[in-house]
Ligand binder design. Structure first.
Ligand code: MD3
Ligand code: FE
Length: 204
């Protein structure tokens, strides 16, 4: 599927046992950096996804200070755990970018969670791609263009899928319309993790 020049979808990039290993390292990250409830800037409306991060920086949002990257967990105040080697290896294999990722945002979707259409624009270096990994239940995803009103393409992201957003796709609107509960047995509790690897600052 080719929506735009820079959109690369790698279905079933991780096979079953690789997904299980990746899930285990993500559970270790969450043990150190618990999922928290993010809130929208100004309104304070809670998002339906639960979030945490690993890396030298993490993406966070709350009512008072809004969207930003910071070096510590907003609840525990501790530095984020390092990005696991398996994810650094993934970046090396697919990102085609010289500098390593600084942030890995971990989103957890329950059966009713979704994410409204938005752009990832809080980074300083848009020349670096965003690399996404899906684990768990299927999710209906949409990607459009750089304008909110541009036509959207919908597809189902499955456990083990990797998406690389580079070039003109890097600043495209995208979101998660709905979950398809019970479609994967990877997570005992059901639901879905999405991991997004990001470069935040310009290198040097
Ligand atoms: C297309 N996450 O964390 S990942 C996000 O499934 C986010 O949790 C979604 O959007 C999720 O910001 C989608 C796939 C993705 C990530 C970044 C993109 C698609 C993208 C950036 C530009 C275009
Ligand atoms: Fe996004």
């Amino acid at each position: 599927m080719c929506i735009s020049q820079g959109f690369r979808w790698l279905p079933a990039y991780f096979e079953q046992s690789a997904q299980t290993r990746l899930l285990a390292v993500i559970r270790c990250v969450i043990a150190e950096a618990p999922l928290y409830v993010p809130a929208m800037p100004r309104t304070g409306k809670q998002m339906s996804v639960r979030m945490t991060n690993c890396g030298s920086l993490g993406w966070v949002t709350d009512q008072e200070r809004g969207y930003r990257y910071q070096a510590v967990h907003p609840v525990t105040g501790r530095p984020w755990p390092p990005i696991p080697a398996a994810l650094l290896d993934l970046w090396s294999a697919v990102a085609e970018h010289p500098a390593p990722p600084e942030a890995c945002l971990i989103n957890y979707y329950s059966a009713s969670a979704k994410m409204g259409s938005h752009r990832d624009a809080d980074e300083q270096d848009f020349s670096a791609p965003v690399v996404s990994v899906s684990l768990g239940d299927d999710a209906v995803f949409h990607v459009g263009g750089v304008r909110r009103t541009d036509p959207k393409t919908r597809m189902t992201l499955k456990s083990g899928d990797v998406v690389v957003l580079a070039g003109d796709a890097r600043l495209a609107y995208h979101g998660i319309d709905r979950m398809l509960p019970g479609t994967s047995a990877l997570l005992e509790e059901g639901g879905r993790f999405n991991l997004t690897l990001r470069r935040v600052s310009k290198p040097g």
